[in-house]
Design a protein around this ligand. Structure first.
Ligand code: DX5
Ligand code: ZN
Length: 218
């Protein structure tokens, strides 16, 4: 079964706990938390204080997507705040291997995110430290952008690559995921589907989660 990861970027920031409760009750497995610093990406969002504030309200897997420069500096902070999984961008560090080691040492699962233009090769020597690969299907920075279909073959190639080396890393996709694109990425091999606007922008977010899950099932 595919896992669903609602992105709180599109939630109501004035009533976050309420929105988080809603998607948890609807059966979402992950809570996707987008951290942006205004440098790696143009937008600024939330930091460890918000993660810590939400932690007592939810048992979901806290999936922290770091879109920041110098991610090395903040791993401890997010781990302490209650992150279960910390995903870093391969493009944001020159020391990806040691950064993943740092995430593991902090007691979290480690994810590697790849921008649409980034090839899969960067994963070659870090797969044994990688629990999840996040394939960006938009350029990171904002919710509500259009899915980039050119990335779909990258998902299929990643699936083949993981099979070839017997890696159990999960494939997560993020950006422009809705009922239509969920089917496409699931067919290509995605395991975890992030969706922000398609869930929190829907009149009934619980129904949206069910529909995306159903579409992914094919
Ligand atoms: C974009 C973020 C996404 C964003 C997705 O940089 O990483 O997680 O919230 O939003 P939608 O699902 O609206 O494209
Ligand atoms: Zn994200």
């Amino acid at each position: 079964m595919h896992a669903i990861a609602p992105s709180i970027l599109s939630a109501n920031f004035a009533a976050l706990a309420q929105d988080v409760g809603l998607v948890e009750k609807a059966g979402a497995e992950y809570l996707h938390i987008d951290v942006m610093d205004g440098h790696f990406v143009p937008n600024i969002t939330i930091g460890p204080a918000v993660v810590a504030a939400l932690r007592p309200h939810s048992k979901m897997i806290f999936d922290v997507h770091l879109m920041i420069e110098n991610p090395e500096k903040y791993i401890q902070d997010f781990a302490r705040a209650g992150a279960d999984l910390i995903t870093v961008h391969a493009e944001a560090t020159v020391h990806l291997h040691s950064l993943l080691q740092k995430i593991k040492a902090a007691g979290c699962r480690a994810g590697v995110a790849l921008n649409p233009a980034t090839p899969l090769d960067v994963l070659d020597y870090v797969l044994e430290l990688t629990d999840l690969v996040l394939v960006m299907t938009v350029n990171p920075g904002f919710g509500g952008q259009e899915f980039i279909p050119a990335v779909v073959p990258k998902i299929s190639r990643l699936r083949e690559k993981l099979l070839a080396v017997r890696s159990h890393a999960l494939i997560q996709v993020d950006g422009g995921i809705n009922v239509q694109t969920a089917a496409i990425v699931a067919r290509a091999g995605a395991d975890v589907l992030v969706a922000g606007s398609a869930i929190f922008g829907a009149v009934d977010p619980a129904a949206a989660i069910a529909e995306i899950r159903q579409a992914a099932r094919g």
